[in-house]
Write a protein that binds this ligand. Sequence first.
Ligand SMILES: [Fe+2]
Length: 371
Amino acid sequence: MTFPTVLIDGRSVVLDGHDIPGRWLRDHGDDSVSLNPDTKQRLVDTFAIPSDVAPVAVAVSDGRLEVDWSDGGRTSHSIPALERLVVTRRAPETRPSFGLTVDDDLELWSSAPDVSWFDVSCFDDDAAWQPAIEHMYRYGWVAFDGAELGDAASARLAARIGYPRSCIFGTLWNMNSGSFEHADSAYESGNLDVHTDGTYSHDAPGTIIFAQQRKTGEGGDSVLVDGFAAARDFQVAEPEAADLLTRYSVRAHYIEPGVHLVAERPPLRVDECGVLQQVSFNNYDRSPLLPAVEVVDDVIEAYNAFRALFSNPDRALYHEWKPGRMLVFDNWRCFHGRTEFTGDRHFTGCYTNHEDLESTYRLAGLTPPVL
Ligand SMILES: [Fe+2]
């Protein structure tokens, strides 16, 4: 049996001759402090890792690499898994640059716009529905009030767009605080960082519909951020970093008993004219970043800098809930999260496909027909 050679070289760990940058390694432990042991959702605070973090001690035992870090942290890594990651690192330069522009028909918002409430009766009235879908198109979300309790209102809204999409959470789902029907951070009660859903799906949900059923206690506002406005502002502030995020794919996963989903795409997905189509970002569900060693710092800098920009609270719309209120938003455009809460919080809701949302826009005359 041969033992790997491990040594420290400045801010890197060198494993059997492979240079592993410390800033990357600090974020990619597979110990129970870094990753949820069951879901493999990320627990380490990626964005709190100092950019100059360095290993101070390394040890190998039982096929694992243990590292003590200059920030006081300690990580543990499966050596076979690390070796697999090291050989799959890729350079983002292999993907061409198409530029990055954002459709100027949209009302991009970098701070919270006023909330207009539409009555749910518009679901059954074409004339009353038109301003609601126009709001959705321009801002990426629309809010409703006056919904009956139960899941019928979510089904009616989904039918206005297309149909509820079946997925691992069901079709029309119930989300009860404390029920833990799925081992996902969304079911907990702490602050939930803004993110997009379905980064582990090749075709991420197009819209997310929430309808509040019950609420006790404090907090639990939904948080929305315009990801397209954030992408535009990021491109103005840091064009090279923004370009990198159009070319470098980030992989994500969802794991629970009987399920192991994996998908990947760039955080800023553009078409071949450079027009932004979709933002994707969920650090909880992110798999290891695998940039080639020469660009690892650039990729981490770009990823962290975009997150710092879009998670600035000044950009956020805080949506206060009460039973009967509903919200639908474009999961390809808006980041969503939640403030910490106490008490009970019960929602019904569902996903719909993005192609159905686009169809709805065409039928409403908001985007041109193809033929
Ligand atoms: Fe979510």
